[in-house]
Design a protein around this ligand. Structure first.
Ligand code: ADP
Length: 418
């Protein structure tokens, strides 16, 4: 540095000005990557080993701590040494600070314009991002809100409410599952209500007969004769049977019916039941035939419950077959067990009723069936019993020709089919 100052002082002393000094400055000895900058007495840079700042003022490039160049006792310039690695932070000077630039110079206007545009773009970008974020969040949570509302409505008892989600993604599937669940709850609730109404309806008739007969006896209108007492007895028997059937059905439907499964000879079981029914058949002038195949396999079953099914099918056959008709009970081997059928030559069941006759409280002819004492539970119970054994029950019928009920039972008991 000392040497450089000396050389520059000599240069000024010889020339009386700094003009043409840049060539000298470039050749001044410096360490590797050091940089020398020379400014005249007014602060304008006249020499720069890099040549980059020539013509700029030292303030505008942020230089400080110079070494003074003194010639004949006068400050004629300043020399700045920038060491390797030194960072000079160059601030954008305030408007007009750059020498030769006025507030309205095109460059300054351009810079101002760029700055303003950057600020506006930043603000607009942030606003768009916030808006998009809120919009997308609302879109994503829309199906969840719909499901939440649906759950609240269902919990509040509005079982007919369904959620509307049209997307085909997981939310759509969730909404479909939710709606299926609501539909099944709705149908359970309706069938529960129907069941209560049916039970109340079935209880009303015998109870009103009993109540009316007893009232009439108390008022002296009826005598407590054997006939009148018998009619009360019959109605209590109807009630007792109804209660027993309801109990069986509810136990079977809830899966709480305990089956006493043991090896059962079905041929013997059917024969025993048919023998008991022969008295009824004779009384009604109905021919009772049996057709039991030899060598039927022994099956795993609750004999008492299967006898109940056969008895029920036989009762129905007798109740719906006129005098002179025929009832035929058959048993044969089936693919994986046995098949039993009870056929009659009775009135038959109209096709439109066939899909429903295994439903509880379903009667084809309400008035007529009531006379025979049935509440419409017999076939529903038979279906439950057969299915609990892993079998199937069905009917074929033709009006005017007769009906044929079938049921199958597997040799080895399987889990019940729901
Ligand atoms: P119920 O106790 O009234 O007999 P079921 O459940 O046993 O009830 O039968 C349901 C209905 O199916 C009966 O009310 C009757 O209308 C019809 N049904 C059942 N078996 C026969 C049959 N063998 N022939 C004609 N109709 C029948």
């Amino acid at each position: 540095m000392q040497r450089a100052e000396q050389i520059l002082e000599d240069y000024y002393a010889a020339n009386g000005s700094w003009s043409g000094v840049q060539g000298l400055v470039r050749s001044l000895p410096t360490f590797v990557s050091d940089r020398l900058v020379l400014a005249d007495s007014s602060g304008t840079i006249v020499g720069d080993t890099n040549g980059q700042w020539l013509g700029n003022s030292v303030q505008s490039v942020g230089l400080s701590k110079p070494a003074n160049i003194v010639v004949s006792g006068q400050d004629v310039g300043k020399l700045y040494l920038l060491s390797a690695g030194m960072v000079v932070v160059q601030f954008i000077p305030p408007v007009g600070a750059i020498s030769g630039q006025t507030p309205s110079s095109p460059e300054q206007r351009f810079l101002n314009h760029v700055n303003t545009s950057l600020v506006i773009a930043g603000v607009v970008g942030a606003a768009v991002a916030i808006f998009l974020g809120l919009f997308l969040t609302r879109q994503f949570t829309k199906p969840i809100r719909a499901l939440k509302k649906g759950a609240a409505r269902i919990a509040g008892g509005d079982l007919a409410y369904r959620v509307e989600v049209n997307s085909r993604d997981e939310f759509g599937e969730l909404a479909n599952s939710f709606n299926s669940m609501a539909a099944s709850l709705d149908s359970s609730e309706q069938s529960r209500r129907r069941l209560f109404a049916d039970i109340a309806h079935e209880l009303r008739t015998p109870l009103s007969v009993i109540g009316g007969t007893v009232d009439a006896m108390l008022d002296g209108v009826y005598k407590p004769s054997t006939d009148n007492l018998n009619s009360i007895k019959e109605e209590t028997e109807v009630l007792t049977r109804l209660v027993a059937e309801l109990r069986d059905l509810s136990l079977a439907e809830s899966g709480h019916l305990k089956l006493e499964i043991e090896p059962t000879n079905l041929a013997e079981l059917v024969q025993r039941r048919v023998s008991q029914a022969e008295v009824i058949a004779r009384g009604k002038n109905i021919t009772l035939n049996t057709n039991i195949a030899d060598g039927l396999p022994e099956i795993e079953a609750d004999g008492r419950r299967i006898e109940q099914v056969v008895a029920n099918l036989l009762d129905n056959a007798f109740n719906h077959t006129p005098s002179g008709g025929t009832v035929t009970v058959a048993a044969s081997a089936d693919t994986d067990g046995v098949m039993v059928s009870v056929a009659d030559t009775g009135e038959g069941i109209p096709a439109e009723h066939l899909p429903y006759i295994f439903e509880r409280f379903y009667r084809v002819d309400d008035a007529r069936s009531r006379k025979t004492g049935g509440a419409g539970l017999g076939l529903a119970i038979a279906k439950q019993m057969v299915e609990l054994h892993g079998g199937k029950i069905w009917v074929e019928s033709e009006v005017g020709k007769g009906s044929k009920f079938y049921f199958t039972l597997p040799e080895k008991r399987q889990k019940s089919v729901p």
